[in-house]
Design a protein around this ligand. Sequence first.
Ligand code: 6R9
Length: 658
Amino acid sequence: MAETPQEPGHETLSNLLQESRRFPPPADLAADANVRADAYETAAADRLGFWEEQAGRLQWERPWDNVLEWEPPFAKWFTGGTLNAAVNCVDRHVEAGSGDKVAYHWEGEPGDTRTITYAQLKDMVCQAANALLELGVTKGDRVAIYMPMIPETVVAMLACARIGAPHMVVFGGFSVDALGSRIDDSDAKVVITADGGYRRGKPSALKASVDAAVQDRPGVRHVLVVRRTGQDVEWTEGRDVWWHDAVERQSTSHEAEAHDAEHPLYIMYTSGTTAKPKGILHTTGGYLAQVSYTHWAVFDLKPETDVFWTAADIGWVTGHSYIVYGPLSNGATSVMYEGTPDTPHKGRFWEIVQKYGVTIAYMAPTAIRTFMKWGEDVPAQYDLSSLRVLGSVGEPINPEAYTWYRKNIGGDRTPVVDTWWQTETGAIMVSPLPGVTEGKPGAAMRPIPGITADVVDDQARSVPDGGGGFIVVRDPWPAMLRGIWGDPERYKETYWSRFEGLYFPGDGAKRDADGDIWLLGRVDDVMLVSGHNISTTEVESALVSHPKVAEAAVTGATDPVTGQAIVAFVILRGEVGEGGEGLVKELRDHVGTSLGPIAKPRQIMVVPELPKTRSGKIMRRLLRDVAENRSLGDVSTLTDSSVMDIIAEKLPGAKSEE
Ligand code: 6R9
């Protein structure tokens, strides 16, 4: 990306989008909220004391000696303390008398269901822990997990946590190569998988990919296989072990050892822009303290009555923190769904909400925009009145998607919390609080209590209200990554070298006139048009605010006149049809009116799909390759690689205006 031209007072990132809608918290929710406005001040007055109090939500075997040991950029939290993550998530709730409480209402894609109580979960986790020990896994060994969304996936993670073997979950949709390189980098000894899983109505194979990935990797001593679909699998005697043989005959008791607060809990790979994925390392005490607190505070969780649903894959950090560790550490009841939102019909999510009486739902903007595309009459067929808080995560939520979500899913009553965080931050960092914040569509608003995030310009100066720049974190936080697995230099270089002493997540942001924070997408995606830095997010949001557009992705393509020019790809709402020439002009004018002439796309292409990762992030890098007529970069983390062919085919026929 080109350097920003710097004149004094020049904004690092343009601030084009204006939004005046406001949604105050519902009075009853505010009156009974877990967190009140004073939490911000209390936490700011004594940040470490605040996090100590949150760590007190957990059960410690031995209390910590120091809250924080900070040798920038390396942090250790709650040093000297010991605890067991699995005991915190499961055993202690059973011991407190909640054994019969439902931990998960699990719904398989074909419609099969399982209800798992905390007592059952405890037995399953103990059995799996005993089986892993029998397979020779010892404390500190890494275990790869390549699974569909089934209860055994949670059990496998907790069994690893219980015996102190860091887990490394790889998305079930990732390729053999992606799995293999992650096994290599983490040096995993055992892989836990299933024969297959259900996606879009079909059983997809998982074991076959594991076979291909481990055949030249003798370091993997065992492959533990859950039978989910019953499909045929190849079998390597001595290496492969069925879950139902190895786990289900084990004792349901296992004495858990308390691990050091800084003992590694898991590694999760993020692809980033370069070839080699980064193994983000999380440890136990600080991570659990922050996921537990944020799950309780940001969603206003009432563990006795709420039914919580994160509609995301466990292979994404969102699944780790808000399907597994957050909800379980709080003793909550969760829904877990195996499949896709349109199988067997487009109302599947809302049917699930109605069936289980979901009160809090958390999902990605990409899903919300897909529901917009399908039309509001789909959710209207279901009783969604149980919902009281809605959450969004993964990308900036466009104001239009936010208001659609609030109105059509939340019945115009529920607050929407737009939660900004990353694999690296481990837990939510910037978000409204549903009982405190007057919500603005599209804004993540404020750092949560105890977090010191800021927006700075490229000289690391805090930008004034109304200014744009980069989001940074000033002080260490409990759930922060402890490094990149095996590569401390890359950790320093990636996150701590851009601004001296500040954590740099790589996202653009702006602070509005009230001081509230808006996330503007990855800095790598920012476009430089005639000397102005324009965020893809703002242009996309302007496009999505047009009644005919369901989804938009914008990228900057090299342009002889303006340096870069804005190229937009749009998906139309179901009822609109093909669009045509008139529509392109209409959309360009609409962007011009919303954001100003500088933001008018040079080209707009109507496409049926966009390239996305399994967590729903649009891969703008690939769109830039298409827009600049280059061959495509790495597509291994795409949900559906045929999407790019469809888009590339469209390109030659696409007309640019003026
Ligand atoms: C949790 C998760 C992290 C990146 C992050 C940012 C984007 C996530 C967002 C958001 C705007 C939000 N992101 N939440 N952008 N508003 N509410 O998504 O982790 O997969 O590591 O991605 O996602 O760009 O830097 P991860």
